[in-house]
Design a protein around this ligand. Structure first.
Ligand code: PLP
Length: 445
């Protein structure tokens, strides 16, 4: 199977030569937070697939609901004034979690398409309001907003930009609120304000009359689970309001309970004008995403006439059914509250015990989204000379011991399914500690 895969399948974010050396690993089955390869080896998946399998693997209810919908109506579109029952009910359901903030949703099949969608809608919004020059968009370095051309452009990943002559025109980046790396002598609170004010400076440089929107992940995911200081989001929100630009939250990772709230912006207490969703919306069981749209923006879009944007699979009835069933489970099992009041604090407290380790600079988490920051010298916040290598050492060790964890440079990322048990958290933290011991023994510079 691995040989066939290598012969015919180009994988996302993968070095083909490297993969040819190691072979592909075929995953075959999942149960709870465990995933089994084709040889039957179990792996603890501390990453919920790709931050998405929030209800865990192996939920038969979803398969059954999807099967019923498949047999009833496998597909119809939502173009030209038609809809299906699952798409309609899902629109009602997802907006109901927004505390009255978002009145509408536009469905997509992925987070990347959601990015492209709000990007276009933001420009349409200002055009309808008679300010067509407002079309520049500001994002952040090291952000991740997907892999389409607009997504990769808005994302702030240098290695992605380099491979595609990106970003496209009209997109600008400011710094990220990564205190451990860039905070210097500032307190986190001071640093949060400083980074937020980069937005103000960038708007002034471009001219407020030319800027449509600012986008940020409430907590940057792929960029390394960068948790901003508390001062950051309120200041960003103040600036967006004062300068009259749209505030967009990319909730693809933070949404649907990961932070112990329905959405990341609720955790940080700010009110975006639009928000992209995907991943946890269906727990990855089927591909579906969308853009939540506030009453204010929806009212303007209603004056736009034909909005010439849409995907064949927008609101796909089978995918919408999977999402509805997933959300039913999240609600019925009280997973958002569980993350907020029980397993989130438990993970935080367990992870904190790693801070005594010589190669750990800082441990941070919100809900079930966490990061272990590696350090060469914790007393001075000095990092390893080759941060990527340090992260690879720990990740590789854990993988060899059947724990799937991800690293962004020298931050070990943790994002397990919301159903993870306390015992599983204990095991997870214990294995990370072994990985850290292994790193210490390498004596890297
Ligand atoms: C995964 C991700 C996306 C892109 O979603 P896809 O479904 O992979 O297109 C966008 N934003 C964030 C924050 C993500 O983590």
């Amino acid at each position: 199977m691995s040989a066939i895969d290598l012969a015919h399948h180009i994988h996302p974010f993968c070095d083909m030569k490297d993969m040819a050396r190691h072979g592909t690993q075929i995953m075959a089955r999942g149960e709870g937070i465990w995933i089994f390869d084709s040889q039957g080896n179990p792996y603890m998946d501390a990453f919920a697939g790709l931050w998405c399998v929030n209800i865990g693997y192996g939920r038969k209810e979803i398969g059954e609901a999807v099967m019923r919908q498949m047999n009833e109506l496998p597909y119809y579109n939502t173009f030209f004034g038609t809809s299906t029952q699952p798409a309609t009910l899902l629109a009602q359901k997802v907006t109901s979690y927004t505390q009255g903030l978002m009145s509408h949703v536009f469905f997509t099949s992925s987070g990347s398409e959601a990015t492209d969608t709000w990007f276009r809608l933001a420009r349409i919004y200002w055009k309808v309001l008679g300010q067509p020059s407002k079309k520049q968009v500001i994002a952040r370095r090291n952000a991740y907003h997907g892999s389409t051309v607009a997504g990769a452009s808005l994302g702030g990943m240098k290695h992605m930009h380099e491979q595609g002559d990106l970003p496209i025109e009209g997109i600008h980046h400011i710094g990220q609120p990564y205190w451990y790396a860039d905070g210097g002598d500032l307190t986190p609170a001071e640093f949060g304000l400083k980074m937020a004010r980069e937005l103000e400076a960038k708007i002034d440089e471009l001219g407020e009359e030319n800027v449509a929107a600012f986008v940020g992940e409430p907590i940057q995911g792929a960029g390394g689970v960068i948790i901003p200081p508390d001062t950051y989001w309120p200041e960003i929100e103040r600036i967006c309001r004062a300068r009259n630009i749209l505030l967009i939250a990319d909730e693809v990772v933070c949404g649907f309970g990961r932070l112990g709230s329905w959405f990341g912006h609720q955790h940080f207490g700010f009110k975006p004008d639009m928000a992209s969703i995907a991943k946890g919306l269906s727990s990855g069981y089927l591909p579906i995403g969308g853009v939540l749209i506030s009453e204010k923006v929806a009212a303007v879009l209603a004056e736009a006439g034909d909005i010439n944007h849409g995907y064949t699979y927008s609101g796909h009835p089978v995918c919408a059914t999977a999402a509805l069933e997933n959300l039913r489970i999240v609600e019925e099992e009280g997973l958002v509250e569980r993350v907020r009041d029980d397993i989130g604090p438990y993970l935080a407290q367990s992870l904190k015990t790693l801070e005594d380790h010589e190669v750990v600079g800082q441990v941070e988490s919100v809900g079930l989204l966490g990061a272990v920051q590696l350090a060469k010298d914790k007393s001075t916040r000095q990092r390893f000379k080759d941060p990527d290598r340090a992260g690879r050492v720990v990740r590789g060790f854990c993988y060899d011991h059947q724990l799937i964890m991800r690293a962004t440079a020298d931050r070990m990322l943790i994002s397990p399914a919301l159903i993870i048990s306390r015992e599983e958290v204990d095991g997870l933290v214990q294995y990370i500690r072994h990985g850290l011991d292994h790193l210490r023994e390498q004596h890297l510079d």
